[in-house]
Design a protein around this ligand. Sequence first.
Ligand code: SAH
Length: 359
Amino acid sequence: MTARGATALGEIILAQIDADGPMTLADYMALCLMHPKHGYYATRDPLGTAGDFTTAPEISQMFGELIGLSLAQAWLDQAAPAPFALAELGPGRGTLMADILRATRGVPGFHAAAQVHLVETSPTLRSVQAKTLEGYAPKWHTGVEALPDIPLLLAANEFFDALPIRQARRDGPAWRELMVSRDGPRLIPALSAPTLLPMLGHRLGDTADGDIVEFCDAGTRIAAHVGTQIARNGGAALIVDYGDWRSLGDTFQAMRAHAAADPYVGPGAADLTAHVDFEALALAVAPAQHTHLTAQGVFLERLGIAQRAQKLADALGGEARSAHVAAHRRLTHPAEMGTLFKVMGLYPKGAAPPPGLTG
Ligand code: SAH
């Protein structure tokens, strides 16, 4: 997108602040990321080395292969229901789903029973996904509510971090919420007057004055829907993202060209994200069960990434081999993505947790 596009969204946001007053961070993020004409995801393919950030499936095929094997084993463990929805939330370029499908070709009956469903709002990325997944007849949806009412095997990598969050700072029994306001032509962060926020009632016990807490209504709603569906129809979900068990502190950030950027400058031109509060998702998914939150590196090692990496390395030489070794390290090493990224699985009561995770 050009600077002119970003300015156009800036003008829209300024006008909305003039009309309605300062907006919540969630409203600001939703406009920056999803505005149909000027939003970050609506206007580009942000992934890969030429884009603003990269993701695990783009780093190595091993990531999607192991996710695929975990989901296929969960399907076998639940007596191989047919048909079932093989779904992904926020599929990016379609790489993860393509790797899942390739890795599960040899699982008898899996492909015949699978209907591929993609939840994606960006028209630009939908067309990339259509090319990557040619031949699999995927169906696209704008929300999880449209997924069919059948057993569900679902993957979501770096999806929940892209959903709009609100952020509040503790002030006695109340909270001052981070709002987006204006100072002349500039967008600026500003704190609201102290207000009671009933949805943060459970955080009054473990926070002190000045502590910052983030919450994501959209993520909670989506997790609740997926949990209900898995509890009712069977299946499993693997949610992979950066974050931790309980939100504490400011994790709102903007990324542009692989570097940190000012989230209030050039709205629509940078990727805006926040760490995922897995506890909030876990609380929302009942009556489905959730696994322990597990570091990505541990999850991939349990699924045999070392052996898979060795097998692929045997067929490679020179630069391709070093790139492959670096990719393996990047996915699993604690100093890279191995610890920051976490995996949480969802499964029905009475079923086994998806392989790689513990109940
Ligand atoms: N999972 C991919 C892409 C991650 S980027 C990967 O690992 O490479 C985030 C993805 O979520 C993009 O495809 C983006 O368009 C999509 N997305 C963001 N917010 C969304 C929303 N509210 N509903 C549906 N898709 C969304």
